[in-house]
Design a protein around this ligand. Structure first.
Ligand code: R2B
Ligand code: URA
Length: 322
């Protein structure tokens, strides 16, 4: 069975589940949020940008960085974890953004967020749980015209370490643009296309940041970091060095420029729910040169800033902040 990308009428987030309408309450268990316990439209209704990434610390640092970049109130202060009641994922908001309106002589002040930054852990099962709950959250909050971006790390393929890859298509380990999920014992195949215009817009933004290379390419998503990515240095390895290089070169020839572990599920779920989505990952090494990540903590830290700096430039441009 193949499903195609969803249409989001009016810019709303589009959940594709008829059962949700008949539920009295929706508990977003792994986020520790819910429709009865939280006023989701008030908390999240103004969200326009969602950034997701593997590690809670990195996503907190990103929210703090955005707070400064956008000149928002509270810049420099500690940010509370919105999902603190659950130790599965962490969520931070850049904000608050205050909007003030007067209706029938009554002044009303709404405190909401422009951007949220959420960690998703490592691998497809982890990001998939987070995305189901995040997408329902955006739906319950009645968010409109949301852009979602995964910022992360990856192994590069034939590119310099530190390069940033903007994904045009996420492919599986056979280089196919598909995400396969077993549902009730059957394999459901979902498309993994990402928003091409968004990828081009991000590439145009990258031209303003001249100190690292940025390119558009396919991203290969695997179920494992070691054998699954053709590494020779795991606890198990069932292939030769020649076979590894032959596989990685075939991936390169198919257009793959980096390898990570979440992009196919991310592209499929976001696409089906009508979210404009992008994947922007820095390459920590060139996998044609080796398997181990040898760069120092300082170098790796600076590499991880690169997708964040690109997204900051993009959001500033979208908001007309230059
Ligand atoms: C990139 O880095 C992680 C593995 O080290 C994984 O989450 C990914 O996609
Ligand atoms: N993340 C991956 O999934 N692979 C790498 O090689 C580096 C980071």
């Amino acid at each position: 069975m193949t499903e195609t990308t969803g249409y989001s009428g009016g810019g709303f987030v589009h959940v594709k589940n008829p059962h949700l309408d008949s539920m009295e309450e929706d508990i977003l268990y792994h986020l520790d949020l819910g429709t009865k316990t939280h006023n989701l439209p008030a908390m999240f209704g103004d969200i326009k940008f969602v950034c997701v990434g593997g590690s809670p610390n990195r996503m907190r640092a990103f929210a703090q960085f955005m707070q400064r970049e956008l000149g928002l109130a509270g810049a420099g202060e500690e940010l509370p974890d919105i999902c603190a009641g659950s130790d599965r994922y962490a969520m931070y908001r850049a904000g608050p953004v205050l909007s003030i309106s007067v209706s029938s002589g009554l002044l009303s002040i709404t405190v909401s967020s422009l951007l949220i930054s959420i960690s998703h852990g490592m691998g497809i099962p982890s990001i998939s749980i987070m995305l189901h709950e995040l997408i329902k959250l955006l739906h319950h909050a009645k968010c409109r015209d949301v852009t979602i971006i995964r910022i992360g790390t990856s192994g590069g393929l034939g590119i310099e370490a530190g390069s940033v890859v903007i994904t045009d298509t996420a492919v599986d380990s056979s280089f196919q643009p598909r995400f396969e999920q077993v549902v009730l014992g059957d394999v459901v195949v979902r498309s993994t296309e990402l928003d091409k215009d968004l990828a081009e817009e991000l590439l145009a933004c990258s031209r303003e940041i001249a100190d690292f290379p940025t390119l558009i390419g396919h991203t290969m998503c695997t179920y494992d970091f070691y054998e699954g990515q053709g590494r020779l240095d795991g606890a198990l390895c069932s292939f030769s060095s020649e076979k590894k290089l032959e596989y990685l070169r075939r991936a390169y020839d198919a257009g793959v420029r980096n390898i990570e572990m979440e992009s196919t599920a991310f592209a499929a779920l976001c696409g089906l729910c009508g979210l404009k989505a992008a994947v922007v990952c820095v390459a920590l090494l060139d996998r044609l040169q080796g398997d181990q990540i040898r760069a120092s903590h300082e170098v790796l830290w600076e590499y991880q800033q690169r997708p964040q700096r690109l997204i900051a430039a993009f959001i500033r441009q979208r908001l007309g902040l230059g």
